[in-house]
Design a binder for this molecule. Structure first.
Ligand SMILES: [Fe+2]
Ligand SMILES: [Fe+2]
Length: 208
């Protein structure tokens, strides 16, 4: 199972065009986080927390630029990220569940960046260094969101955030799978219909 996971992980970076596309997708996710955090800073009633959200937003915006630059170096990716929206998570969830949601995302992000740094350590040291600089921030984000979550404290916040997180990841995975799955199904249908075509050609005239 481990070997299969390693194989799929390697493939996810190694297929032609995958490295820069993945880096670009990371950059977009970081830019979206920055928007969510700026919104949170505007909506929270606590000035100290607003300052921390803004600081965090600045980190995420910087990460987006670093990753975009690495995507550009890997291939001709666009030099600017497309303007995009965000999910207005703070307004939808309230501060406690928002913090829990961000904390879950930061923890997952930190684990993923650890794996990416390990993967590129020898293959592309410059990229590994860029990822390592992001990783240091992600660790800090993971820690401060846990600290604020305890301070804001609402028992059901983490559970609500977890459900939303699962739902969003499920929809995202569905979106990514739709196109290849459609191509595969149509390809199979095409192959399977080949004998049928021969049968129709050879069958009684009435079949036509
Ligand atoms: Fe980040
Ligand atoms: Fe982060």
């Amino acid at each position: 199972m481990r070997a299969l996971a390693d194989f799929v992980y390697t493939l996810s970076w190694r297929l032609p065009g995958r490295t820069w596309r993945r880096l670009l997708a990371f950059a977009e996710a970081e830019a979206e986080s920055a928007l969510e955090l700026r919104c949170a800073a505007a909506l929270t009633t606590d000035a100290a927390r607003a300052a921390r959200y803004l600081e965090h937003a600045a980190d995420e915006a910087r990460h987006a630029q670093i990753l975009l630059r690495r995507a550009e170096l890997a291939k001709q990716a666009p030099s600017m990220l497309p303007r995009r929206g965000h999910a207005h998570l703070f307004a939808r969830l309230g501060e406690a569940a928002f913090l829990a949601f961000v904390h879950l995302g930061e923890r997952r992000g930190r684990r993923q960046f650890e794996a990416h740094v390990r993967f590129f350590e020898k293959r592309d040291p410059a990229l590994a260094n860029a990822l390592r600089s992001i990783l240091a921030d992600e660790r800090r984000h993971e820690a401060y969101t846990a600290e604020l979550l305890t301070a804001v404290g609402e028992p059901r916040a983490t559970r609500r955030a977890r459900w939303l997180d699962r739902g969003m990841r499920w929809r995202r995975a569905g979106g990514a799978l739709t196109e290849p799955l459609f191509a595969l199904t149509m390809g199979l249908l095409y192959l399977l219909s080949a004998p049928l075509a021969a049968l129709v050609r050879r069958g009684p005239a009435g079949w036509r």
